[in-house]
Structures are given as structure tokens and as C-alpha cells.
Design a protein around this ligand. Structure first.
Ligand code: GMT
Length: 382
């Protein structure tokens, strides 16, 4: 199949998932074309059957805000025509689904691709439900031939919030268990011999509740000798470090910034800690589980479909830093429990979220749409 993909190229989960999907599709022999602002983070190396195209933007004094969505639509249209794209897959509803719909409209009838939109979470819960984007988001979804979401929770939220005419199909995120697996890491470069490693990985936006990480960590320190490693960067990091200084624990925290190959550090963690306001899926906990690392997360959103309480980690109420500290200490002070949770986590990740299973679901979706389009074209010419 010939597939186009548009996604956010930064370090967000939707861009990572879209890139991983494109790479897996390429490995399976499909021709994949990415149209993005810049090369997606995980696509810096050559990959068979995968091609990247960047959006040409001009700056012109008349445009106080350059019309990026229009340039994106033009590029999608150009690439679709040149490479005879059969399915375009837009990740993150705004502006990607709308730009793809616009790009499709610019094509001659016989060149028009089928459009799949995948919802990742904040495109619905934060951006899409904002009055200035509500109609645009709804239009993007209604114009698509199929809409998928990364958890049952997000599918149901979307259907409820937007009253769509067709159901949203759930297709979960996936991980490559060959990349995300237990492996030796040089702990000495990260922590002292006697310190446990608690890791938080995010883009440090308000929804991640990074100050809860700091507050719960301080409570954990009363009963366990540990270091908090924070990977990633974003607007909330500075404030969170301010809280850490006030609490007198800044010297127990190391900020590593954006790390491209997170799979090389993740297996060193004794605990992954993600106390988000909500997560539509929770790719980081899944990656951790595949590395046999137990996870501590909040029971909010689709993450409850990924992490099983008491089995692969623990779930807490949002903001309940006492419970977070209690569960964290339970894992960190009980290596047998941690090991058992880690092992069950990897098994669960492979059973339920393998590329074979999930990419197969996308392939079946694309193939069905292509078939339908052929049938319709056949009817038209009859
Ligand atoms: O908020 C983020 O972390 C980024 C965001 C994105 O769209 O880039 O992540 C969302 O998509 C990921 C991949 O599907 C999910 O694993 C995350 O749970 C989801 N984030 C939220 O729902 C807050």
C-alpha cells in the first residue's frame, strides 16, 4: 500500500507513535511518505520504504502568524499526487486532519486518497474541546473515512463530546519489544551505588502534574534512598525545580533533558512515575513495562486499559501524593515485588501491544478503505 502520514514532529507521544507506525509499515513493504514541519525525532536514520517531505513555509511581513495549515495542505496534496497515495493517515486531529481533508480536496477526483484520523488525547480533551477549535476538530473527524483513538476511554469521550455520526474505532499504541527490553545500563554514570532510580519522562506540560512528582518524591525520601531522574523538557520543569528547592531536595534530582534513545536509559529505572491529570493511553508506562520496570501512574483516562493495579504497577488517584509515596516505597523497598511486576509488565506489553497485533489492525483498516474506494470507483465507471 502507499500511505501518507502527517504528525507533530516534536517529542510528543502522538509524533512518536506515528513515526514508529510509519517505520513498521515500511518494514512490512508498504511505501510510506511523511509530511511534517521537520524530520520526526525517531526518523533521523535512513529506513527502507520510508520517505520524508517537509512543509515549505514562507515568512512575509503581512502574515503576523504564517498560515501553516494551508502550506501543510498544499504539501499533502503535492505528495499524494506525485506518489499516488492511497491512504493518508493524520495523527492528532488539529490541524492535521483538516489539512489532509483540504489537501485531498485539491486533488482530481481519481487521485483522492482515503483519510484516516487517529486521536491521541489532548487533541480532543484540551485542544478539540476549546471553543475556538471545537468545530474544526469535529469537521476533521467527520471528513475522515475512519477515525481511530488510542484507547476505549478516548473513543467513548470523543463520541460523547462530539456526537459523531460514525463510531470511533479503538486501536491501541504499540512498542517494539526488541528495542524496549531489559538491558545493562551503566548505573554508576547516573546514581550512587546505594541509590534507587525513580524516573519521570514527559514534555513537562501542566497535564503531567510534575509538581506531584516532586512532592511525592520528597515523601518517598523519608523511607528510601533514591534519586529522581527527569527526562524531557517543557514549560513546567523550571517551576517544578523551584518547588524541589523549597522542599530542600533539589540535589536529589537530575534533569537529563531530551534523550533521543530513551530505551538506553529506561531499563536502569527501579520505578517509572507518571502522575498525570489524565493520559489517553500512556506510551511511557508501556515502554517501561516492556523494559520490565514497574510503573506508578494515576487512574485517569485510558491508562487503566494499559496498567493493571497491583499486577504490573500501581494506580493512584490524581493528586494523592501520600498514596503515590506509599506505593512507590512499597515497590522500591521490595525487590521481589518489583521484579515480579516488571516481568508481568513485559509479558502483558508483548501479549497486548505488540507491533504485529497493532500494526496489523491498521493494515486491515487501510486495506478495507482501499477496497471500498476501488468498489466505488468501479460503480462510478460502470
Ligand atoms: O501529552 C502528551 O504527552 C503528548 C501527547 C501527544 O499527542 O503528542 O500524548 C498523547 O498521545 C500519546 C500517544 O498516543 C499517549 O500515549 C498519551 O497518553 C497522550 N497524552 C495525553 O493524553 C496527556
Amino acid at each position: 500500500m502507499r500511505i501518507g502520514i502527517t504528525c507533530e514532529a516534536s517529542t510528543g507521544g502522538s509524533g512518536i507513535l506515528a513515526t514508529e507506525l510509519g517505520m513498521e509499515l515500511g518494514k512490512r513493504g508498504h511505501e510510506v511518505h511523511f509530511v511534517t514541519t521537520e524530520t520526526p525525532v525517531r526518523l533521523s536514520r535512513f529506513q527502507e520504504n520510508v520517505f520524508t517531505h517537509s512543509v515549505d513555509m514562507i515568512t512575509y511581513p503581512l502574515f503576523r502568524i504564517p498560515p501553516y495549515t494551508l502550506a501543510l495542505a498544499s504539501k499533502i496534496s503535492e505528495v499524494a499526487e506525485e506518489f499516488d497515495i492511497e491512504v493518508w493517515h493524520a495523527h492528532y486531529a488539529v490541524p492535521n486532519a483538516v489539512a489532509a481533508q483540504l489537501g485531498r480536496d485539491m486533488l482530481p477526483e481519481e487521485k483522492r486518497f482515503s483519510l484516516v484520523t487517529t486521536l491521541h488525547g489532548t487533541d480532543i480533551t484540551l485542544v478539540g474541546s476549546h471553543p475556538s477549535f471545537y468545530r474544526t476538530t469535529r469537521y476533521g473527524m467527520e471528513s475522515s473515512n475512519a477515525v481511530t483513538a488510542v484507547s476505549r476511554w478516548l473513543s467513548e469521550e470523543t463520541e460523547r463530546e462530539f456526537g459523531l455520526t460514525r463510531p470511533v474505532q479503538t486501536i491501541y499504541n504499540f512498542i517494539d519489544p526488541e528495542r524496549f527490553k531489559p538491558r545493562p545500563v551503566n548505573r554508576a554514570a547516573l546514581v550512587r551505588d546505594d541509590e534507587k532510580i525513580i524516573m519521570h519522562i514527559s514534555n513537562f506540560r501542566p497535564v503531567k502534574r510534575v509538581t506531584d512528582v516532586i512532592r511525592a518524591f520528597r515523601k518517598m525520601l523519608e523511607q528510601v534512598n533514591a534519586r529522581l531522574l527527569m527526562l524531557g523538557d517543557g514549560p513546567e520543569r523550571i517551576g517544578a525545580m523551584g518547588v524541589a528547592r523549597q522542599l530542600g531536595i533539589a540535589d536529589r534530582i537530575t534533569c537529563l533533558g531530551n534523550v533521543e534513545h530513551v530505551e538506553e536509559l529506561l531499563p536502569a529505572a527501579d520505578l517509572i512515575f507518571q502522575p498525570s491529570e489524565h493520559e489517553s493511553f500512556g506510551l511511557v508506562p508501556l515502554e517501561a513495562m516492556a523494559c520490565e520496570v514497574p510503573v506508578l501512574v494515576t487512574a485517569s483516562g485510558g491508562i487503566v486499559e494499559v496498567v493493571e493495579h497491583g499486577v504490573t504497577g500501581f494506580l493512584c488517584e490524581v493528586g494523592d501524593t501520600d498514596a503515590m509515596a506509599r506505593y512507590g516505597v512499597e515497590i522500591l523497598n521490595n525487590p521481589e515485588l518489583a521484579r515480579a511486576m516488571g516481568k508481568r509488565g513485559r509479558t502483558h506489553a508483548i501479549d497486548k501491544f505488540s507491533p504485529d497485533r497493532i500494526v496489523g489492525e491498521y493494515e486491515a483498516l487501510y486495506a478495507g478503505l482501499i477496497e471500498k474506494r476501488r468498489e466505488l470507483a468501479g460503480c462510478g465507471s460502470a
